[in-house]
Design a binder for this molecule. Sequence first.
Ligand SMILES: Nc1nc2c(ncn2[C@@H]2O[C@@H]3COP(=O)(O)O[C@H]4[C@@H](O)[C@H](n5cnc6c(=O)[nH]c(N)nc65)O[C@@H]4COP(=O)(O)O[C@H]3[C@H]2O)c(=O)[nH]1
Length: 723
Amino acid sequence: MVSPFLSHKVDWQTNTALEVSDPIASPGAISGTTEPGRHRKLAEAHEFAETIIAAIPDILFEMDRNGRYLQIWTKHPELLAATKQQLLGKTVNDVLPPEDAAAALRAVREADEKGVSDCHVIRIVQQDGEPRWFEHHVAKKAGSETSSQTFLVLSRDVTERKLAEHILDEARTRLLTVLQTIPDMVWMKDMDGAYLLCNHAFEHLVGKSESEIIGKTDLDLFDTDVARVLRERELAIDAGGAVINERWVIHQGSGQRILLEIRKVPIIGAEGKTTGVLGVARDITELNASREKIHRMAFYDSLTDLPNRELFYERLRQAMADAHSHRQLVGVMMMDIDHFKAVNDTMGHPVGDELLCQAARRFQASVRTADTVARLSGDEFAILLPSIRHANDLADIAAEMLKTFDEPFLLDGKEVFVSCSIGIAFHPDHSADANDLVKYADSAMYLAKRLGRGGFQFYSRQLTEDAQHRLMLESELRRAIERGELEVYYQPKVLVENGMMVGSEALLRWHHGKMGMVPPAQFIPIAEDTGLIADLGRWVFREACRTAAQLNADGSVPHKVAINFSSRQFQRSDLVQMVTEILDETACHAEWIEIEITESLLLDQQYETLATLCALRTKGISIAIDDFGTGYSALNYLARFPIDTLKIDRSFISSDDKRSAELVKAILSIARCLGQSVVAEGVETVEQAAFLRASGCDAAQGFLYSKPLPKAEFVKLPQFLSI
Ligand SMILES: Nc1nc2c(ncn2[C@@H]2O[C@@H]3COP(=O)(O)O[C@H]4[C@@H](O)[C@H](n5cnc6c(=O)[nH]c(N)nc65)O[C@@H]4COP(=O)(O)O[C@H]3[C@H]2O)c(=O)[nH]1
């Protein structure tokens, strides 16, 4: 190989060298030496140059101005466009495609002008047809004649780098495509806050094109205040290298409000320093709205917009946890709208809903903002009252709340008076458990209802004991029929005029093995609540039908047995069928039976009740309203329902109040007009009997004539019960 550093060819065989120009060995290093010494030095310089060439991986060309290949030095001849022999003496135009040849010549020309030309990357198609890229550094060869100026071209194979760059370029293009396509806003800023990059979504947000954004800062794009805050945060990123997650509400020109979830991360440079900030923002307006909607659906009641059971309990638990540190009471009130079902059924469900909404507003208006009014279900509302100093405060709030119900509700254009019952329990006195507290407030609410509705009651231990007693009674009652502990007593019903017995009322008795006689007032409500009344009712009905059949067997004087039917029994669709089967089974005529129902039944279950009553009536069974005057006494149902008898409640008979006496007369007059018979209940004195007789009352029932008796004793009673 011949060193490119020698200006002319040297015949190394003869060791003859002329006009040696060696940039490595200085001319002075050779001059002044002897001929053999000079040759030796020259040989050393040559060897040195050879070593350098051998060491470099590049290709070295010597070319003239026309790009003619004069010399080629390479360890990798396969990297040439043609073989060395084919190239020598040819120009780049001869061997390279026009474009590549032109690039090679440009580099030579530049070197001709400036002495050197750097970094021209030229594509050369290899002998195997594959293209490779070479970086050309061209230097004017020193010492050449201007006319025969040659150039040294150092051609470095940069194909791998080029390919890597290409891959990188492709990746960058793909990345930019992705950036432009994604709906999220993406941008990059340098540490001076100038935008380096942004995507279409960001352009859209800012309302400016990329070219108007790049190089600008937030001060150029946003309000000064906003820009200042943004800058402060970004400087914090620089200081701490932290990631910033924030939410921004953007008010757009159209008046639209956009909620952005923004994440900003530091861009860390090669030296580990923060060189900029990468920001990504997502429009979460819709997502947030959906989240809020889901949250509302999960934690709020859709009708009243009040917190629901879940949220109520969550807040209650939190309030109870907080109460420890504040030494304050947490009150729970349970509210129930009295006779809500009646309103719902008589006025329709939309009106019932309206009542719930109006009641919710009244509850809310009676409490503080820190309190939570929740709708737990149906007409069941609860209020959480944290931070209460004294139980009396709860009583005051409940009283206030009840007062708001003094005003009528405007429902469907009508003024309707509705009351509500409230039960109160509070933490820590009553319980440290949220579920128990609600349960206790609930039992207090039921007590309030039992005590006449429209009032409030505090929970007491007694209530839990009562509840436990009820539970015990319930389990005992379940076995009462099979244990033979039940018995039906009969109380005679007589004509007031002469004391003649015309019928009787069947009254259930429970002789418990250990507890003795349990009064119906105790176990009938339990049987009603638990549904046991269906079995008990069927049993009583069968017993009473047997007795009626027995009493009417001789056919002399007809005897009608009245049997109490609970509202709950009317909820069974097979009631008429049950009655029919038992009448058949006991050979009892329907005319010997009267069914006693309460006013509330007529109010509660309008349509189905009417159908059932009509079916029973059609069979020949008579219908009596028990305890008349104590309920709603909505007179319109007297005409609508097939009612034969009104039983005036005992309270009117026993009362000394003149108004009660007037009411009795009024009831008698109404019944007369409607063709209904009247039975006065609870007649205990001769005076009461005399009053009834004078007022024109048909029949009476009461201790004056006889107490309820076991069947065996009852059947022995005389036909006339003289007083
Ligand atoms: N102080 C006083 N009381 C009098 C007098 N005359 C009758 N009584 C009582 O008044 C109640 C009349 O029955 P009710 O109003 O239907 O009221 C009944 C009725 O609602 C219910 N009940 C009783 N047996 C049954 C039954 O088999 N089924 C259903 N569903 N309820 C029943 O239990 C309630 C209470 O029944 P009892 O304790 O037997 O109480 C009976 C009876 O013993 C009187 O002169 N003075």
